[in-house]
Write a protein that binds this ligand. Structure first.
Ligand SMILES: Nc1ncnc2c1ncn2[C@@H]1O[C@H](COP(=O)(O)OP(=O)(O)O)[C@@H](O)[C@H]1O
Ligand SMILES: [Mg+2]
Length: 415
């Protein structure tokens, strides 16, 4: 009645108090004192009006605030993709295909993130595109030949996070999943390359602020003297914050035979950070599978903090040839038919030797073949060369390698 809402009542009280203060000061105080009091009243009223206006703006953009303040506030991760222009938040461009999503996009959480209307509909394909993760998978496919089980596992992890991200947009709160991982496999099987892509993926999905990768081994983390290990480990952790800490040959951190080894101090710090800062850092432990298994048996705390295990199988000879072809093609080279046969022979011999490092050995051998190719062409400088001559690796460029020399045992190539 008479429009006397709670709001109007409040303003009426403010007006009465202000007028009474002004009248009293005019009547009872010297007129000189009236000016500052009038000014004070004006300032107070203006401040009140400003507060009122700000509150109204907030309630207009987020009517849900009063309904579910805590549960509906999404984690900071949802904000991160917005920082990347190509990974703009889905609500930044409401989809024509889902009008309900557009309807819900006006609701915002306390942190300024939009909440969808409960009836909204979201296509995960759109969400993937908005986050820009299809590009990461295309990159993964282009960079890495084969590795299908690993790629499938990365897809699984991405799906979990994608669904989690959409749930947050609806205000469905869930604890951040544990993302620490273990990559096992022989050297040169693509662990570091996949870890780099994983960092990018987690960044685009909003789970890591930067997604950069810091590579570390025992020597980077463990000191030689008392008091050296903690600052060393913390320095590396600081560098890795916001991204991925990739600990190669992580089992060297622990020396079962030496109870006074400083590696344990490093492991204890890592365990603490992996628990307390799991929203800021993802740790990936890498190394040979059997040694990692032993490491986890001796360090159950570490084992329990690892959520995903990805196993990188050694490449078959055919896969190594395909990897070699892809590497050469990236650099605008190719193997002639005879060169490919020679390369197959090279792999047969090299795979039996110690320190064979899968795709890394392939890369190194092909770089050496390019040197020999260049040297072959340069050794006859008068001869004119075609474009194809400059691209084609011949069998001679492969067969000149030390692996084919008579003393193979003395000719182990260190890849
Ligand atoms: N499946 C693959 N396809 C193409 N290149 C590969 C593949 N796996 C590894 N490589 C290449 O081999 C080299 C070593 O790979 P890396 O990821 O460092 O292996 P790891 O960390 O397991 O030792 C890199 O140059 C990488 O690009
Ligand atoms: Mg590596």
């Amino acid at each position: 009645m008479f429009g006397l809402t709670k709001q109007n009542f409040k303003w009426t009280v403010v007006a009465i108090i202000s007028l009474s203060a002004l009248t009293a000061s005019w009547s009872y105080l010297p007129h000189l004192a009236f000016a500052p009091i009038a000014l004070l009243v004006v300032v107070l009223v203006l401040a009140l009006i400003r507060r009122q206006y700000a509150a109204r703006q907030t309630s207009l953009t987020d009517p849900s605030l009063s309904q579910r303040p805590a549960a509906s506030s999404p984690k900071p991760k949802a904000a991160s993709p917005a920082a990347k222009p190509k990974a703009a938040s889905p609500a930044a461009k409401p989809k024509a295909a889902s009008p309900a999503a557009g309807r819900g996009a006006a609701r915002r959480s306390r942190k300024g993130q939009e909440l969808l209307h409960p009836d909204a509909r979201v296509a995960l394909a759109d969400e993937r595109q908005d986050a820009g993760i299809d590009e990461v998978f295309t990159d993964l496919d282009n960079k890495l030949v084969g590795l299908y089980p690993v790629k499938n596992k990365v897809e699984e992890i991405a799906s979990l996070l994608l669904v989690d991200r959409v749930r947050h947009r609806f205000g469905l709160d869930a604890p951040r999943p544990n993302l620490h991982m273990c990559f096992t496999g022989e050297p040169g099987t693509g662990k570091t390359t996949v870890a780099l892509q994983m960092g990018e993926l987690l960044h685009r999905l909003g789970y890591l602020e930067t997604g950069h990768l810091v590579h570390a081994m025992r020597d980077d983390l463990v000191g030689e003297f008392i008091g050296h290990t903690a600052p060393k480990t913390k320095r590396v952790l600081d560098r890795a914050m916001g991204g991925v800490l990739f600990i190669d040959e992580a089992y060297y951190l622990y020396r079962a035979s030496d109870s006074k080894d400083y590696g344990q101090e490093c492991i204890d710090i890592l365990l603490q950070v992996m628990e307390n800062d799991r929203d800021k850092l993802v740790v990936i432990l890498a190394g040979y599978r059997d040694r990692m298994d032993e490491f986890f048996e001796s360090n159950p705390g570490m084992s329990s903090r690892i959520a995903h295990h990805l196993d990188f199988a050694p490449y078959t000879q055919d896969e190594l040839i395909a990897i070699g072809r892809a590497m050469l093609s990236d650099a605008s080279y190719y193997l002639s038919d005879q060169a490919e046969a020679a390369f197959r022979d090279y792999l047969t011999l090299r795979m039996r030797q110690p320190r064979f490092a899968n795709a890394r050995s392939v890369r190194n051998e092909l770089e050496r073949a390019r040197l020999r190719h260049a040297h072959r062409l340069a050794s006859d400088p008068e001869l004119s060369r075609t474009r194809d001559d400059l691209m084609r690796i011949e069998s001679a460029d492969i067969l000149a390698g030390p692996v084919f020399s008579q003393h193979t045992s003395l000719s182990v190539v260190d890849d």
